[in-house]
Write a protein that binds this ligand. Structure first.
Ligand code: KG4
Ligand code: ZN
Length: 416
């Protein structure tokens, strides 16, 4: 039986200043942050590998691990320096334990373990998906402390519906805070691609760089969202889901047949539909480039202006219609789940929560239905370590510390 790390530590104090160093390395961002009591960010440093992976059109796991190794020490140093604290001021170290890329996760975990051991600090393992949910809560606490409003946290009496929508995940959870810590119940998920993956794949087939979401977001506003009709299949019966194991990356979840089919997503079909539309209408990237008299070899475009110059109105309409359809599907199922489960608050988080159409349509729908919707700041929407340190705070209070056997769990599940 592995020994809990905190047994061998001298300084486990809840009465301290509550400073937690968070470390995140689950995918292509090496991040470290110092957060006080889960509610005040003293620093948040992110070393992005996007430029390194962009030339391959997606994240290459081996390169990600190598880049994390290079970045981890300077990133942690910078986070401490920006927070104006030293290792001796910390109360705990939190690290992402999964889900994510095994080699990438291991870099953060090994570093966090070594640091915790050397400093005599407790180590807290955090689920990356839970981190995304706490990004919203951290932002809400910070915003309310600025405008003096009381912090209204999510409680068991007032559960929230959390939509975690990123490049690796599209999950719906019912989230509630109990005396003993946070509880999550999975209520929906994608059966195949994550929504962010669909954004990335559609952008790639149109000739734009990685990650695709920001390109689609920037170009969609120039197109007609009603020009191309995309329909999503609605899973109607539980029967055909029995025994199905979705072929998705990311977290393990409960059997699909246990979930309400109305809250299941599927984004691989729309990617194929976009591809078919592109082929039928001869909108391949070289055709785009020819139309704009730009040599095909000069792609992908580097700026939004270059991208706009490359796109015919038909391509812009296609992009706008794709985004409109994906956002509409996320919205329909998230609001239906909230209503069916009696949640008056919806927390939308993960990289795709940075999408401008998603934010404005969710906000408008929430106002119409008189429910509360919250997002993280744009910086907290994509991967960062402040959300990891914030999610660790309730665990610190309940002394739910990791032991020396902590290792990477690429398919770590959240909730039940
Ligand atoms: O949360 P995140 O940084 O990493 C994962 O945990 O996956 O999310 C990255 C994903 C990518 O698929 C990216 O294309 C998408 O978030 N994304 C966006 C936007 N910004 C990032 N998708 C749509 N609109 C955006 N503005
Ligand atoms: Zn993420």
């Amino acid at each position: 039986m592995a020994e809990p790390l905190n047994c061998i530590y001298e300084r486990v104090s809840v009465s301290g200043s509550g400073l937690i160093l968070g470390i995140e390395s689950s995918c292509d961002e090496t991040a470290a942050a110092v957060v006080e009591r889960g509610s005040r960010t003293l620093s948040s440093v992110i070393a992005s590998q996007i430029a390194t992976h962009a030339r391959y059109g997606g994240v290459v796991p081996e390169i990600a691990s190598r880049e994390h190794l290079r970045a981890i020490v300077p990133v942690v140093r910078a986070a401490l320096a920006q927070a104006n604290v030293t290792l001796a001021d910390l109360d705990a170290i939190a690290v992402t334990a999964g889900p994510g890329l095994a080699g990438a996760l291991l870099v953060g975990i090994t570093f966090a373990k070594a640091l915790a051991f050397a400093q005599g600090l407790p180590l807290i393992a955090v689920n990356h998906i839970e981190g995304h949910i706490h990004a919203v809560l951290l932002h809400e606490r910070e915003a309310s402390s600025l405008d003096g409003a009381p912090v209204q946290d999510v409680t068991a009496d007032d559960p929230a519906l959390a939509l975690v929508v990123s490049g690796g995940h599209t999950h719906l959870f019912l989230a509630e805070s109990r005396q003993s810590g946070w509880r999550y119940k999975l209520v929906g998920r994608t059966l195949d691609d994550a929504a962010g993956e669909a954004f990335d794949k559609v952008a790639k087939l149109l000739g734009f760089g990685y990650p695709g979401g920001p390109w689609i977001d920037a170009l969609a506003r120039f197109g007609d969202p009603t020009a191309v009709h995309f329909a999503f299949a609605q899973m109607k019966t539980k029967l055909h889901l029995v025994g199905k194991t979705p072929r998705t990356k990311g977290a393990r979840t409960s059997p699909i047949a246990d979930l309400d089919p109305h809250f299941l997503f599927s984004f691989s079909g729309i990617k194929t539909a976009v591809l078919r539309y592109v082929e039928l209408n001869d909108l391949r990237p070289d055709a785009l480039a020819r139309a704009a008299s730009i040599p095909a070899g000069s792609r992908p475009p580097k700026t939004k202006e270059d991208a706009l110059a490359l796109c015919s109105q038909q391509v812009l309409d296609l992009i706008a219609s794709f985004q409109h359809a994906v956002v509409g599907d996320l919205m329909k199922k998230a609001f239906a789940a909230a209503e069916s489960l009696g949640a008056q608050r919806i927390l939308v988080t993960g990289g795709v929560a940075a999408n401008s159409e998603l934010r404005s349509r969710f906000a408008a729908e929430a106002a119409k239905r008189r429910v509360h919707v919250a997002f993280p700041t744009l910086a907290l929407s994509t991967d960062n370590a402040a959300m990891i340190a914030a999610a660790a705070w309730p665990r610190f209070l309940s002394e739910a510390f990791a032991d020396t056997s902590l290792s990477a769990d690429p398919t770590l599940a959240l909730g039940h």
